[in-house]
Design a protein around this ligand. Structure first.
Ligand code: MTE
Length: 320
């Protein structure tokens, strides 16, 4: 008899840990953490590398793309995460990504495929040429919650230009590190590993798309995708792939980790769209973490002025 194990994405929305439940549990676990305290001192659980050991970014250029909405607290951004390489629970990444990435190894990113200037870059060489900016972006998860996160990073387009993509480069494929010793979740078959994501070339070159190396003025913690991750604010959160080790220019549309898991529920584009429901729940409203009442979800997560034209003439119900 074939016994099919229930995968996390088979859960109905009502069973996805609700933020209020999570919040109460955390308050019970550690009443001492507050948003302010979390930045000032290393709290007792769940924040990985002590916060005061993180590299600080000073004199950041604030980005005009930023929203002036109230920021989600540092505590919520760093303890309510999705990073299945460290478990499928929202708290798992903050509990189990504490040593990640292993600092004895130099992080490298390979940039290859359809380009004239491929190469393998060490983290420092990859990041140093760019001017860091602070971009306060709305992030909307497909599960129905959202946050406002002060990311630090630089436009992906600047990095891609350095690799000199050729005329066959129609898409960009991103891959997360594969290392089951460091990422125990990769020993379970919840997704096909390594995690892969993709963007169309024009989406990747859009000025909103960024590589993030930090948030709230400090370098990224493991749970948020250290040392560098993608951020695509007009798409559902799962497009924003963490801990990237490979960027490849390709001619064909990449098969992403979530498309491989369930192509009926997770399409390639995954634009935030209140008019296209997830097959098992509505996408019309969202709960902003830290707020009680739900709010209406905005088309393209409110970034339509910058990105709507990328999809003009496309049937977004078909290309979801
Ligand atoms: N990247 C990798 N490698 N593995 C993941 O499980 N989860 C995605 C995305 N990037 C994920 C990932 C999902 S579902 C979301 S909502 C965001 O990361 C969450 O980012 P955050 O935890 O920093 O808020």
């Amino acid at each position: 008899m074939l016994i099919r194990r229930r995968k996390p994405w088979d859960l109905p929305e009502s069973e996805v840990t609700d933020y209020k439940v999570y919040k109460n549990r955390r308050q019970f676990l550690n009443t001492s953490i507050t948003a302010g305290l979390a930045l000032a001192a290393a709290p007792s659980i769940g924040l990985g590398k002590p916060v005061d050991e993180l590299q600080v970014y000073k004199d950041l250029k604030p980005s005009p793309f930023s929203t002036d909405e109230e920021k989600t607290t540092f505590e919520a951004i760093t303890t309510y995460n999705n990073f299945y390489e460290f478990g499928t629970g929202k708290e798992d990444p903050s509990l189990y990504a504490t040593e990640f990435p292993d600092e004895s190894q130099i992080w490298k990113v390979e940039i290859d495929g359809e380009c004239d200037n491929p190469g393998v870059y060490e983290y420092d060489d990859l990041v140093k040429p760019f001017t860091m900016e602070e971009r306060i972006y709305r992030m909307r998860c497909v599960e129905g919650w959202s946050m406002v996160i002060p990311w630090i990073g630089f436009p992906l387009a600047e990095l891609l230009k350095r690799a000199k993509p050729n005329s066959k480069a129609k898409y960009v494929e991103f891959t997360t590190l594969y290392d089951p010793e460091q990422m125990p979740g990769q020993n379970r078959d919840v997704l096909e590993w390594p995690y892969v994501e993709g963007l169309r070339m024009d989406e990747a070159m859009n000025p909103l798309t960024m590589i993030s190396v930090g948030l709230y003025g400090k370098e990224l913690l493991g749970q948020n995708g250290a040392p560098l991750r993608l951020v695509v604010p007009w798409k559902y959160g799962f497009k924003s792939i963490k801990s990237v080790v490979r960027i490849r220019f390709v001619e064909e549309m990449p098969q992403t980790a979530w498309m491989k898991a369930n192509a009926n529920e997770y399409g390639f584009y995954s634009n935030v769209n209140p008019n296209v429901n997830h097959p098992r729940w509505s996408q019309r409203r969202e709960r902003r973490i830290g707020e009680f009442l739900k709010r209406d979800t905005l088309m393209f997560n409110g970034y339509g002025d910058y990105v709507a034209e990328l999809y003009s003439g496309m049937d977004l119900k078909r290309y979801f």
